[in-house]
Design a binder for this molecule. Structure first.
Ligand code: 8X3
Length: 275
């Protein structure tokens, strides 16, 4: 390790940082959690195309290894790292193994069930809080030293429009995503003066292969019903596009919050469906 001045003034907390030679010389590195499918996989692809070295993290090793292999064959610099964001020891080991982190995209998350509050299963609510809030906390805490040490770090929290309003049946997911929104806003306040920006991206209706299927525990008919008649729900690529746009703004520009929905969805409860 070399002890070098930070690349730019980073506020009052200390003038020097330990920065590895690899970190000074290597490519900007983006970590994407939940990169095995949907928005995470699309974001990993898109950030690789933008020139980042991408660390694709997710529980399902086979899927991220396939994604990394495919992107490496296209000439991109992508590493697969099997990771459960709710396992703090695994997250700490992951952080210790990284030589550099410039961008962290906290994408891992999801919904379980659409029961009214009166019938919701507390186990589902806990599981949603674990992945959507504690998972973000775990990875962000573990990578914050590297993000700060980069001199220009970016934390992205993929929340949801469910973090900005309520809807019937949303219960535990709405509560968890409000938690993710609160975490992002609090962290932004706490990092004022540090060289790390915090971006929250809140997508509305996005049709991915798994989000709705997971929510309805594999019931394909119910899962498809969510998008029925909606001409063009957002795609994972649409959301990855907003992530790429936000993280590639000049580092003094902080996109605090970006809400993105399909044109057909103007609110949680008002969606245009063609019959
Ligand atoms: C997904 C959006 O409407 O299913 O985060 O809550 S919604």
């Amino acid at each position: 390790m070399l002890y070098l001045p930070r690349r730019r003034e980073a506020g009052a907390r200390g003038a020097t940082e330990a920065i590895s030679m690899e970190a000074m010389m290597g490519k900007p590195t983006a970590v994407v959690t939940g990169a095995s499918s949907g928005i995470g996989a699309a974001t990993a692809r898109r950030l690789a195309a933008e020139g980042y070295r991408v660390v694709a993290a997710a529980r399902r090793a086979g899927r991220i290894e396939a994604l990394a292999g495919e992107l490496r064959r296209e000439g991109h610099d992508v590493v697969a790292w099997p990771l459960d964001v709710t396992d703090r020891a695994a997250v700490d080991a992951f952080a210790a193994g990284l030589d550099r982190c410039d961008v962290l995209v906290n994408n891992a998350g999801g919904a379980l069930g659409l029961e009214p509050v009166a019938e919701g299963d507390p186990a589902d609510w806990r599981a949603m809080y674990e992945v959507n809030v504690i998972g973000v906390l775990n990875v962000t805490q573990a990578l914050l030293p590297a993000l700060t040490g980069s001199g220009d770090g970016t934390v992205v929290v993929l929340s949801s429009t469910a973090g900005h309003g309520t809807y019937e049946g949303g219960g535990g997911y709405v509560a968890a995503k409000h938690g993710a929104h609160a975490l992002a806003g609090t962290l932004r306040l706490e990092l004022c003066g540090e060289p790390v920006r915090v971006i929250e991206i809140a997508p509305g209706m996005v049709r991915t292969e798994e989000f709705s299927l997971t929510r309805f525990r594999g019931d394909e008919e119910k899962a498809a019903g969510v998008y029925e008649g909606v001409a063009e729900p957002l795609t994972a690529e649409d959301v990855a596009d907003t992530v790429a746009w936000a993280v590639t703004r000049p580092s003094h520009v902080n996109v605090d919050l970006l809400v993105v929905r399909p044109r057909a969805q103007v609110s949680h409860t008002k969606v245009h469906r063609e019959r």
